[in-house]
Design a protein around this ligand. Structure first.
Ligand SMILES: *Cc1c(COP(=O)(O)O)cnc(C)c1O
Length: 357
């Protein structure tokens, strides 16, 4: 039996996509072999690589002036790749809105002057700093932000508009809501939250930013090299790219990002409304900045939280334990979480409240 899986990442994938992958596992497209067994230079795989690329372009409305890359190393590798490719002036700005944002900044410090120009650490990352009153560093090469903060459950509702390129980690909200790619110099996202199994990372980079990497930038981290080789400089994570292609097809069939966003807003509203109307559960994120994807909440104490997680698991609602930095619970309700999953969670929460309030 399938459970409702609220894991923050790797996370639940659309059941249709998993079934298709299962069907293809022994014989992909009449080749008599699995996609995991064939050369990455084979016609069959090259077609997958191309389709994944063009579907993502279509779904996100990515202009031709941007390269779309499929790389490895996770979003964490991008924390280094960003300064190595883009920190041309030796300095860059960062906004610290959570754990991953802090890690990105700390990695940036290794390569030059990485300035924190705003942070929400003062209120335990329960909000996003005002993007209208930022003091950018003169000559900064880019501004790095984390668009959705997976652990703390916050998201940017509007984006900063620095003169320098805006670089955004969208690991936990890519394809969950419409964004205007033209506002960004760079977008990157690990696939394992909203797209595919762990192992592939999406990089969307404006082409005029290519070729300016540091002389010590490792070849594998160099965006220009990856772009010139259509992400096939070396063996790519073939299976993950194939799975990403299936998810992109699935999203297109659902009506694209606009349609998916509407469902995401509906799911999130159900859950936040329930929490806000309850005297038993609390979400402490400022309303305006609440994430559509990650919803942290607590009961009155850690003991009751632990009981909640245990009983929810037994009821087929799994991976609800909050991150150790926040405690309590976290429901990650990515694109692939059905509305029924959120409704089942709310029904369980009601029952638990009645029994434990
Ligand atoms: C999960 C996550 C990361 C880390 O991703 P890895 O692929 O494990 O390196 C970074 N940033 C955000 C916003 C995330 O949600």
């Amino acid at each position: 039996m399938r459970v409702y899986n609220f894991a923050a990442g790797p996370s639940t994938l659309p059941e249709d996509v998993l079934k298709e992958a299962q069907r293809d596992m022994l014989d992909f497209n009449g080749t008599g072999m699995s996609i995991t067994e064939m050369s990455h230079r084979s016609k069959a795989f090259m077609a997958v690589n191309e389709e994944a690329n063009s579907l993502l372009r279509e779904l996100m409305n990515i202009p031709d002036e941007y390269a779309v890359l499929f790389v490895q190393g996770g979003a964490s590798q991008q924390f280094a790749a960003v300064p190595l490719n883009l920190m041309t002036s030796g300095k860059a700005d960062y906004i610290v809105t959570g754990n991953f944002a802090k890690k990105a900044w700390e990695e940036g410090l290794k390569y030059g002057e990485a300035n924190v120009i705003a942070s929400s650490a003062d209120k335990n990352f329960t909000y996003i700093p005002d993007v209208k009153t930022l003091n950018y560093t003169k000559g900064a090469s880019y501004l790095h932000i984390t668009a959705n903060n997976t652990i703390f459950g916050t998201r940017y509702r509007e984006f900063p508009t620095p003169e320098a390129p805006l670089a955004a980690d969208m690991s936990s909200n890519i394809l969950s809501e419409e964004i205007d790619v033209k506002k960004f110099g760079l977008i990157y996202a690990g696939a394992q939250k909203n797209i595919a199994p762990a192992g592939v990372t999406i990089v969307i980079v404006r082409k005029d930013l290519l070729g300016k990497q540091s002389p010590v930038c490792p070849t594998m981290l160099c965006y220009e090299t990856q772009a010139k080789n259509d992400s096939l400089y070396n063996t790519p994570p073939c299976f993950c790219i194939y799975m990403a292609m299936l998810t992109f097809r699935h999203l297109k069939k659902l009506g694209g990002v606009k349609a998916v966003q509407q469902v995401n807003e509906y799911k999130a509203k159900l859950l936040y409304d329930f929490i806000d109307n309850s005297a038993f559960y609390t979400n402490s994120v400022q309303e305006k900045y609440r994430s559509l994807m990650n919803v942290p909440f607590v009961t009155r104490d850690a003991e009751t939280d632990a009981k909640f997680v245990k009983e929810a698991t037994a009821a087929g609602l799994v991976s609800l334990k909050g991150h150790r930095l926040v405690g309590g619970m976290r429901a990650s309700i990515y694109n692939a979480m059905p509305v029924e999953g959120v409704k089942a969670l709310i029904a369980f929460m009601k029952k638990f409240e009645l029994e434990n309030a």
